[in-house]
Ligand binder design. Structure first.
Ligand SMILES: Nc1ncnc2c1ncn2[C@@H]1O[C@H](COP(=O)(O)OP(=O)(O)OP(=O)(O)O)[C@@H](O)[C@H]1O
Length: 923
């Protein structure tokens, strides 16, 4: 035992002498890694710990092996790979580690055993240590070998993978473009790992970076394997697609093959049929060939019969006789004669058709001329009627001139004489027309007779033609008979025929004289018709000349009359103005509202206003048993119609057209009928509509002498605010002095509409009515709380002189004039009522100032008076219609209104001034 131990010591000593030295050096200085490693190992063994070497070197592998899932994954991927050579990568490492652990366990066990068994001698301890170390070293070497083996295996697998990857890259280069970078990086990694992995412990411990690279490599191998599996899946899919396509192609090829076979069968069948047909044709079985054969047979027989007939003919021609020759000659002659006859007949027929056409043309021309003549006669008749229609007008003008201007009587007499002369001429023309009509009638009759004659001739020609045709037919028959007779050589018969032919010739020669006479008749007729149209044309020309001369004379006379008429109109206007002035340029009319059912709120209300039927300018108001008489320009009783009221105002409308400024306003308490008088209802319109209608009527009457343009604007003054009633937005407006320097007022932004006709103005009025603000008050449910103004401007140009006139017509529907306390208003309504009363008060002030002939007229005190300035001031014409209620309950308001009206009545506006511009001057 001792010897054995000694031997072992010796062996150890010799074999591991150097290592022992190194260990001792490492214990002193720890210069080399290996020494340190060994010393550490030794130290750890001493302390009973697991040596660090294994862990340090195989740390990555240990980690890999410890993760069971990863190893599973690897083994699975290897299974996928399908070859047993792929197994190695991690399983050997795990085996190595387990083996190492076992060795450690064994060592520790052995240590325990030796410490238990071996006595505490130092040599034994050293030996045991040495033994254990030796054992470990041998294990380690074994492990190293295994690792080498695994590395080789890994390398092999790596190459295999690379090959596979290359193959895959080649086939799926397009698809793996994005993964190329990974592969190249992997390749780079691989190239870095090309250096041989250290086999010795020292090398291993010094090249820890290489071990990390191995770890990365393993990781990338994982990813590669997973990609490989993906690619395999794709490959499989592609394979299946390819197989499917292959199958499709195969099935299609088979289908084509079938079709080709079928077609081949068909071709074969056709060929068979063709050959069958060919054989049948050879046998001559087709219908056409049969027919050809039949026909050729027939042909042959016909040829035979032809030759037979030719022979017969030859035989016949060999026996000619002298008489038959003569007959044939005669026959020839006859034939040529008949041909000649036919030709001459054809010529005749052509001539006849030519004549017919000519006849038709002349008829048509004659018809045209007759129609023109009729038209002319009708025109003349119309002119005559027009001239006759003018007669009463002329008479009327003459009459008015006679009545109103004795100075022009003489001239009128002259005109009348001229008129008479003209009417005489007209009578003469009428007679002439009648004569012409008679002539036309006669020519019509004559042409009718001619037509009858032509028709008779035509009938005769037709009969002759028919006869001729019959004769020709007869001759033809005879000719045939003659030919036959020639064959039978009958001279007697031929003579008969000749006689008949001569007879026919005679008859034919007798025909032309009839036709000739017809021709001459027709020519004479034509010349007659031509002569007649010439004669008729000259007669019409003469009539035309006479009529134009008469018209010229008439127009001359008319000019004179027109001039006279103009003078008369001017005179009438002058008289009219004088009349209006006499009546007064400010007129006050009063209209008493009839007692309506809805006005009688309280029973037993009595009527306190009475009118006098014998005095149109006064009315009496009963107050406390006493009657107070109010004198005004005109009083309308309650039953007065809208038309009657308008008749009083009508002259002012005419004045407006003549260039005057006119203002018509309705004044009175709420519900007294102001709006009714001014606007009226749809079925019974008031002053506004009637005035505008009258305006357009007068304009229409004067259109020959004057050119007028009418424009309207409409405003509302509510709470002293001006609003455009013709604009939708109801913008607030202001009154300003016109910047044109005329000093005239104008409202900037106000809509002024040019009116085309009365229908147009109706629409405008309706718009203004809609836009007007109405509120209900105690006095009248639909009381209008604003003043409504309709301003009509009429601009006229005298077509003769070029002078211009500008007239204005202001039609005002004032708001209720009742006292504020009575309307029961408060708040907004009170303000409204105050404003209304203020404007009415200022109207009263203006009138008062005018009455007192003050130099200053306070127009600017309210918007209303300011706006009506040019129609209320001097030179204007004003009409105030005072509306009053006859009921006792309104007595106070009625008295107030009438008192105001009487005050206005006393105002003198002076002579009205016409706004006319002649050559730039205004008079
Ligand atoms: N002459 C008349 N004939 C028949 N009905 C009339 C007459 N005058 C007025 N009326 C009627 O009386 C009612 C009130 O008249 P209207 O509206 O014209 O009064 P107004 O004075 O304009 O009142 P407001 O100041 O509130 O506008 C209306 O229904 C109207 O038809």
């Amino acid at each position: 035992m001792y010897a054995f131990y000694s031997l072992l010591v010796y062996i150890f000593y010799t074999v591991f002498k150097k290592e022992e030295e190194d260990v001792l050096e490492g214990a002193c200085g720890a210069s080399a890694d290996e020494a340190e490693h060994v010393s550490m190992e030794t130290r750890s063994k001493r302390c009973g710990h697991t040596p660090r070497l294994g862990k340090k070197v195989f740390a990555p592998l240990l980690l890999e092996s410890s993760s069971g899932s990863d190893s599973e994954e690897l083994s699975l991927s290897d299974e996928d790979g399908g070859d047993g050579t792929d197994l190695p990568a991690c399983t050997p490492l795990a085996a190595f580690l387990s083996f190492k652990q076992e060795a450690e366990q064994k060592t520790s066990q052995h240590q325990v055993e030796t410490t238990a068994k071996i006595p505490d001698s130092p040599l034994v301890a050293v030996m045991s240590h040495l033994l254990s170390f030796l054992e470990q070293y041998s294990h380690f070497q074994q492990l190293q070998q295994q690792v080498d083996q695994y590395r080789v295996q890994l390398k092999r697998h790596r190459f295999q993978h690379r090959r596979q990857m290359k193959a895959l890259r080649a086939s799926y280069r397009q698809r793996l473009k994005d993964k190329n970078s990974i592969i190249t990086s992997l390749e780079e990694a691989w190239s870095q790992q090309q250096a041989p992995i250290p086999l010795s412990e020292g090398e291993c411990s010094s090249d820890s970076g290489t071990q990390g690279g191995v770890h990365q490599l393993v990781q990338s191998l994982h990813s590669l394997q997973s990609e490989k599996s993906n690619l395999r899946g794709e490959l499989r899919l592609l394979h299946s697609q390819l197989e499917q396509k292959e199958r499709d192609r195969y099935s299609r090829i088979q289908g084509f093959q079938q079709q080709i076979d079928e077609l081949k069968g068909c071709i074969e069948e056709r060929e068979e049929e063709l050959s069958r047909l060919r054989t049948a044709t050879v046998r001559g079985a087709t219908d056409s060939e049969k027919r050809v054969l039949c026909l050729s047979a027939e042909n042959e027989s016909l040829k035979q019969s032809l030759s037979v007939t030719q022979d017969l003919l030859q035989q016949l021609s060999t026996i000619p006789s002298q008489s038959s020759n003569m007959l044939l000659k005669e026959n020839e002659n006859l034939r040529s004669r008949v041909q000649q006859l036919e030709m001459s007949l054809q010529q005749r027929a052509e001539q006849l058709s030519h004549l017919e056409r000519h006849n038709e043309e002349s008829d048509w021309r004659r018809g045209q001329e007759l129609r023109k003549r009729d038209d002319r006669v009708r025109e003349l008749q119309l002119e005559l009627d027009r001239e006759r229609a003018k007669e009463p007008e002329v008479k009327y003008v003459t009459k008015t001139v006679e009545v109103e201007s004795p100075a022009t009587l003489k001239h009128l007499n002259k005109v009348r004489q001229k008129n008479e002369l003209l009417s005489e001429k007209l009578v003469h023309q009428n007679e002439r027309c009648k004569q012409l009509e008679e002539q036309i009638r006669k020519s019509d009759e004559y042409s009718c007779n001619l037509q009858h004659k032509i028709a008779a001739y035509e009938r005769e020609i037709g009969a002759l033609r028919e006869e001729l045709l019959k004769e020709i037919g007869h001759l033809e028959e005879k000719k045939d008979e003659a030919v036959k007779a020639a064959a039978s050589c009958s001279a007697e018969h031929f003579q008969n025929l000749q006689e008949q032919f001569f007879c026919l010739q005679k008859r034919l020669t007798s025909l032309p004289p009839t036709l000739r006479s017809m021709k001459t008749d027709y020519a004479s007729l034509r010349s007659q018709v031509r002569n007649f149209s010439d004669f008729y044309g000259s007669a019409i020309n003469e009539a035309k000349k006479q009529i134009s001369a008469a018209i010229h004379e008439m127009s001359e006379a008319n000019k004179d009359l027109l001039e006279k008429y103009r003078k008369e109109v001017a005179m009438r206007r002058k008289y009219h103005e004088q009349l209006v002035e006499l009546k007064g340029n400010i007129r006050v009319l009063c209209r008493v509202k009839p007692v309506l059912k809805e006005d009688q709120h309280e029973e037993g209300q009595s009527v306190v206003v009475t009118t006098d039927p014998n005095n149109e300018s006064s009315l009496t108001v009963l107050s406390k048993g006493k009657g107070r008489v109010f004198e005004l320009d005109k009083v309308f009783h309650p039953q007065a119609t809208q038309e009657e009221v308008f008749q009083e105002i009508e002259p002012l409308v005419t004045s407006c057209i003549d260039g005057y400024h006119v203002c018509i306003f309705a004044y009175g308490q709420t519900g007294s009928g102001k709006t009714y008088t001014m606007e009226g209802s749809v079925e019974n319109p008031g002053i506004n509509q009637r005035a505008l209608k009258q305006l357009f009527n007068v304009i229409e009457d004067r259109k020959d002498m004057w050119s007028y343009s009418v424009s309207v604007s409409s405003v509302e003054i509510y709470n002293e605010v001006l609003r455009d009633l013709l604009s939708k937005d109801g913008e607030k407006l202001d009154i300003k002095i016109n910047p044109d320097g005329t000093g005239q007022l104008h409202v900037p932004g106000l809509r002024v509409i040019e009116v085309r006709n009365f229908q147009h103005i109706k629409k405008i009025l309706a718009t203004a009515r809609r836009n007007r603000i109405t509120f209900g008050t105690q006095m009248n449910q639909h009381s209008s709380r604003s003043h409504a103004l309709l301003c009509v401007t009429v601009e006229g140009i005298d077509l003769a002189t070029g002078s211009k006139t500008t007239g204005k017509l202001n039609l005002v529907d004032l708001a209720g004039s009742e006292r504020v306390w009575k309307s029961g208003a408060e708040g907004e309504r009170l303000k409204e009522a105050q404003n209304i009363n203020r404007s009415l008060l200022s109207l009263g002030d203006v009138i008062q100032a005018l009455r007192a002939r003050q130099t200053h007229i306070p127009f600017r005190n309210s918007r209303l008076t300011y706006l009506l300035q040019d129609s209320l001031g001097k030179g204007s014409k004003t009409v105030m219609v005072v509306q009053v209620s006859a009921l006792e309950s309104n007595l106070g308001e009625t008295t107030c209104s009438l008192t105001f009206a009487q005050r206005v009545c006393k105002v003198e506006l002076g002579p009205a001034a016409r706004k006319i511009e002649s050559a730039g001057l205004c008079d």
